[in-house]
Structure formats: structure tokens, C-alpha cells
Ligand binder design. Structure first.
Ligand code: 13P
Ligand code: SF4
Length: 304
């Protein structure tokens, strides 16, 4: 750690005490951000932490829908997003108005929305899901007809594990959807025998090659049950750092070059310090949206 980083980390630590703050960090964040986290995790793990923390202030290092989810689950707390311009293009692929029209066209059906959605879309949904519990949530529904938004790849993956009729919105993650299956095959040829673990936001042809289809946190369980020395990782390349840190005797290779979510890289230590000093980047949502969106999120937490 260089001197500048050390100073920043120290100042953040002092402010954390003063504010009674907790720092929640998504698994894709840059290493120096993961290193100051009180908790790192996937969307489900982070939602659970946000719902149960005793801190007064949540500093959420991820993208906007994640910080919004924290606010919906803990509305009385101050939730700070150090990089308010860090969005998720997939979450912006459906609006509440579009969902209402889709429901009119294809309903009646139970609406399951991936947590990668705006608060307004969550408010129009019956239940939320994340990449780690989507199959479980859909299969636990009484209804046999499901509208699934916004990720078509996750919807297809869930469909492969369920007998329900799934009507999918045509959204996608630009980062995972652009992972080229031919490039993945080349990587797998280079590391014969190394199993592929892939995120369910990848296209079906990539998932077909995978031994493990898992959420980002689910990837930490794979080396515990699989003794392979090398693994190919089909998700945002930020995952390579925490996997290599947790399993120093294994090798983790990105499935292809340049699998980077630019929004996840917008958070810096400087921005974290600044938002904690000035209480900027506060998440504010209309109370009626919080109330409605919390129902679909809490239903997810009850079912998972
Ligand atoms: P996880 O919930 O698996 O961490 O995924 C979140 C995400 O945005 C993946 O692109
Ligand atoms: Fe959104 Fe994809 Fe980035 Fe995840 S990796 S935050 S789904 S754009």
C-alpha cells in the first residue's frame, strides 16, 4: 500500500467510527475498495447485510440499483453511494411504465424481477430475485405463468431448471452478453481440464460449456468442492482478485479478455472519503416507492 492510499484508508476508518458506518462492497469492485470492506458479497448477500446492519450509515460500493436496494430495505438509514453515476445498463432496459404495459399484454402472471432493476420496477413486481436464488424463487411460486424481467439470459437459464412458463423481457447485461463463446473455447483449450464457472447473465451457448453456473459469491464455493488447480472464470474480471486471495494455491483465468463493467470501476477511495466527509451521494426515494418495492424484496428474502 503506498503512502497516499494508506492516508486515505486511515481517514475513512476514522470517519467510519464517527458516523457508525458500514462499508458494503460488491465482488466486482477494485481490489483497494474490497480491501476496506466490512462485508463483500453478491447482490443477495449485500441485500441481507443492508437489511440487518445496526450501523446508522451504509456506504454502498457497487452500482446504483444495489445502493437503492439497501435504502429500500433500511429506509431509516443514511445510504451513501460514493459514485452516484455508476449505473447498470441492464437495469435501465425496462421502465415501470413498460413493465405495466407488458403485464397488460401477457398477464395474468406473477412478475419476478431481477434485483438489477430500478426501485420503480421493483415496486411494480411481485417478487425480486438475484442470480443466486432465481431458480429457487421461480420454482417456489404457486403460479405456473411467470413474467421475468429484465435479463433474458437469466430467464433462459431459469427456464432450463423449471417447468413454469416464463415470459421474458428482452434485456441483457452488456458485459456478460458480449462474452464471445469462441473466445471462451480458446481459453478452455489453453487450460485443458480447468472447469468453467460462469455467471447466469452469460449467453446460453457459454453456459452450456460451464461446469458451474453461479452468482459471484457462489464462485467462492466452487473450489471448496472441486479440487482442480485451475479454473476459467466467466464473469466480470474483478472476481479474479478475491478468488485468488481466498484460494492462493489455485489459478483463476478470465474466460476472455476485457470482461469489464466500467460502472463497477467508478468507485475510488477518494470518492468514498468525500461522500463520508460531506454525506453526499445520499439515496433518496419517494416513500410510496420504498413501501411498494420493499414488498417484492422482502418476499424474496423470505423465500431465500
Ligand atoms: P451477483 O448478484 O451474482 O453478484 O451479480 C450482480 C451483477 O450485477 C452481475 O453482473
Ligand atoms: Fe449491470 Fe452487467 Fe455491470 Fe452487473 S456487470 S452491474 S449486470 S452492467
Amino acid at each position: 500500500m503506498n503512502e497516499k492510499t494508506e492516508k486515505l484508508v486511515k481517514k475513512i476508518g476514522i470517519l467510519k467510527e464517527k458516523l457508525n458506518a458500514v462499508i458494503l462492497v460488491h465482488n466486482y469492485q477494485n481490489p483497494e475498495i474490497q480491501d476496506i470492506a466490512d462485508f463483500t458479497g453478491d447482490s443477495l448477500g449485500l441485500s441481507k447485510k443492508a437489511a440487518s446492519t445496526r450501523a446508522d450509515v451504509i456506504v454502498f460500493c457497487g452500482v446504483d440499483f444495489m445502493a437503492e436496494t439497501a435504502k429500500i430495505l433500511s429506509p431509516s438509514k443514511t445510504v451513501l453511494n460514493p459514485a452516484p453515476d455508476a449505473g447498470c445498463p441492464m437495469a435501465d432496459m425496462i421502465t415501470a411504465q413498460e413493465l405495466m404495459e407488458f403485464k397488460k399484454e401477457y398477464g395474468p402472471a406473477t412478475v419476478v424481477s431481477y434485483v438489477n432493476t430500478t426501485a420503480e420496477v421493483k415496486a411494480e413486481s411481485d417478487v425480486c430475485c438475484t442470480s443466486s436464488n432465481a431458480v429457487k424463487i421461480v420454482n417456489s411460486l404457486e403460479d405456473d405463468r411467470v413474467i421475468f424481467t429484465p435479463d433474458r439470459n437469466l430467464a433462459l437459464y431459469v427456464h432450463s431448471k423449471s417447468n413454469k412458463e416464463i415470459i421474458a423481457w428482452d434485456g441483457f447485461c452488456p458485459v456478460h452478453d458480449s462474452i464471445d463463446v469462441e473466445k471462451v473455447k480458446e481459453t478452455m483449450k489453453k487450460y485443458p481440464g480447468a472447469p468453467l464457472m460462469a455467471h447466469p447473465e452469460c449467453r446460453p451457448e457459454v453456459l452450456k460449456l460451464a461446469c458451474y453456473v453461479v452468482s459471484t459469491s457462489g464462485m467462492f464455493d466452487v473450489p471448496l468442492e472441486d479440487n482442480s488447480k485451475e479454473f476459467v472464470v466467466g464473469t466480470e474480471q474483478g472476481m479474479i482478485y478475491p478468488l485468488s486471495k481466498k484460494f492462493p494455491d489455485r489459478k483463476f483465468m478470465p474466460a476472455a479478455d476485457g470482461i469489464i463493467c466500467p460502472n463497477m470501476k467508478k468507485t475510488t477511495l477518494e470518492k468514498i472519503l468525500l461522500c463520508m466527509e460531506n454525506l453526499t451521494g445520499q439515496i433518496e426515494l419517494p416513500p410510496d416507492i420504498i413501501k411498494k418495492a420493499s414488498l417484492s424484496l422482502e418476499k424474496m428474502l423470505d423465500l431465500s
